[in-house]
Design a protein around this ligand. Structure first.
Ligand code: RIB
Ligand code: CA
Length: 319
């Protein structure tokens, strides 16, 4: 079976990095490019991290396109709180050898998608600024995207950036509004399910048994994220971004429901809140599939076995 061709739009970000490694660990996925945006860190740091993580994984041939440095309307919210100043915790990634492509991420996305309509899926795992701008700049873009699998939002779950809003949506709610109403087929992976997928210290210790640059990177990158997570009462690090790939690698682990979902851009206390019309009272057509449940422990085990395989393959390469 031919691999699914994807582009990841990203704000790396520790869990973003794990999503790249997860995609690279599977022959079912062809990771065609990374496009970067502001979010966890500024877009310059995000771009550097994207290039460096691909090179760490022996995938320096995959192009990276630098994207937007600011949300469409909201001020910049990048904060070092969770992912550290570098965006990859305590990981000490060498300066990347490669440079980003010359095209802006929005133009890169438009060029790649229009060249092969219906062939490439996009996995946005940061704020949706690049995707929204591509939709607005090129009227043919929306109908040419195969699908979007978005890490973002909180439907029945509370927010993680405000009591009502999840980070990726909160940073650029206006972009999310454009994307949610674009007509592109969307699968949403919200906090409702990512909060059930927890990487614990014992899991990291298991990966460290494999002497590999991948295991060391994961351990170093997760150090601050783990401390922050434990401090706020979580049992470990939430695998937000890697879970999007379950839509391709293990869809049986997800329970999906079709809803009309919208996002609050009215500017009040619920700015960035994502809500589903469970009873179809608005009579508006369904605009996405929402992951409402997940077999979280099974997903974590799947992620770990893929990281072990990737770690061994890179270990062999560096021997
Ligand atoms: O709310 C979780 C999301 O915000 C993840 O994508 C994480 O990387 C941050 O961007
Ligand atoms: Ca992210």
């Amino acid at each position: 079976m031919k691999p699914t061709r994807i582009i990841i739009d990203t704000d790396p970000g520790v869990d973003d990095a794990l999503a790249f490694l997860f995609a690279l660990s599977s022959s079912k996925i062809s990771l065609e490019a990374l496009t970067t945006t502001q979010g966890n860190v500024t877009v310059d740091k995000a771009t550097r991290n994207a290039l460096a993580i691909l090179e760490l994984a022996g995938a320096g041939h995959i192009p990276v396109a630098r994207g937007n440095m600011l949300p469409l309307v909201q001020p910049l919210r990048a904060s070092a709180l969770v992912h550290g100043e570098s965006g990859v915790g305590n990981a000490n990634l060498p300066e990347p050898k490669n440079r980003p492509v010359g095209l802006h991420a929005v133009d890169f996305l438009i060029e790649k998608i229009l060249a092969e309509p219906g062939q490439i899926s996009i996995f946005p795992i940061g704020p949706l600024t690049n995707i929204a701008m591509a939709i607005r700049k090129e009227p043919r873009f929306a109908s040419a995207v195969k699908e979007l699998v978005i890490m973002g939002g909180a439907i029945r779950e509370g927010g993680n950036m405000s009591p009502l809003a999840e980070f990726n949506i909160y940073v650029d709610p206006h972009a999310a509004h454009i994307v949610f109403h674009s007509g592109i087929p969307i699968t949403l992976i919200p906090l409702d399910v990512t909060h059930q997928c927890i990487l614990k210290q014992e899991h990291i210790d298991r990966l460290l048994k494999i002497k590999s640059p991948v295991s060391k990177f994961i351990s170093d990158a997760m150090h601050d994220y783990m401390a922050f997570s434990l401090e706020i009462g979580q049992a470990g690090c939430v695998l937000h971004d890697p879970l999007t790939l379950a839509a391709l690698l293990a869809p049986e682990l997800l329970t999906l429901r079709e809803y009309y979902v919208d996002v609050d851009i009215s500017g009040g206390v619920s700015m960035g809140n994502t809500f589903a019309d469970f009873s179809n009272v608005s009579k508006k057509p369904v605009n996405m599939k929402v992951a409402v449940d997940v077999r979280g422990d099974d997903f974590v085990e799947l992620f770990l076995t893929h990281m072990e395989t990737l770690g061994r393959s890179i270990q062999d390469r560096t021997k």
